[in-house]
Write a protein that binds this ligand. Structure first.
Ligand code: SF4
Length: 149
């Protein structure tokens, strides 16, 4: 029976990014086709109720794991605190994973929500996880990025 897998909507070519663009990734599409998996597109930031386009958000302190634990925080380019909304987007994404029976997620690296290996903290690319990736991993899902393909 084909398995469902959560996929960052922007990797599938949907224009969900903060700048209103997509991040179509042919390697990801080829991988999904080869494995015969059914992609369930999610954008945690849209699920948080944020508009598209929206101001860019980055970590001011820590990473997604730290935000979940209350020791990290996210702000947007207008210096507005975003941690609570990003946790909300992560929680809704987890609900979709459960509804669709997904045990894996293929996510866009570098994003404050979907980053798997790296994130952006105060303008620098650093190792760390996005908020949604951290929550899904903590909940037992396997999360990997397009950079792992
Ligand atoms: Fe893509 Fe994730 Fe950013 Fe949404 S939150 S635009 S799915 S990287």
């Amino acid at each position: 029976k084909p398995q469902a897998i959560l996929v960052s909507a922007c990797l599938l070519g949907l224009p969900t990014r903060y700048d209103g663009r997509a991040k179509h990734n042919q390697k990801a599409l080829d991988y999904l086709r080869q494995c015969g998996m059914i992609p369930v597109p999610v954008c945690p930031e849209q699920l948080a109720g944020l508009a598209t386009p929206r101001p860019m958000t980055f970590f001011a302190c820590g990473d997604g794991t730290d935000v979940l634990d209350g020791s990290g925080n996210l702000i947007n380019e207008n210096r507005i605190e975003m941690s609570r909304l990003f946790i909300q987007g992560a929680t809704r994404t987890l609900e979709i994973a459960r509804l669709a029976g997904c045990q894996q997620a293929l996510f866009k690296d570098g994003s404050p929500s979907c980053g798997v290996h790296r994130i952006c903290r105060n303008g620098a690319r650093v190792a760390g996880k996005g908020v949604t990736s951290a929550l899904l991993q903590r909940s037992g899902l396997r999360v990997f990025s397009e950079e792992d393909l």
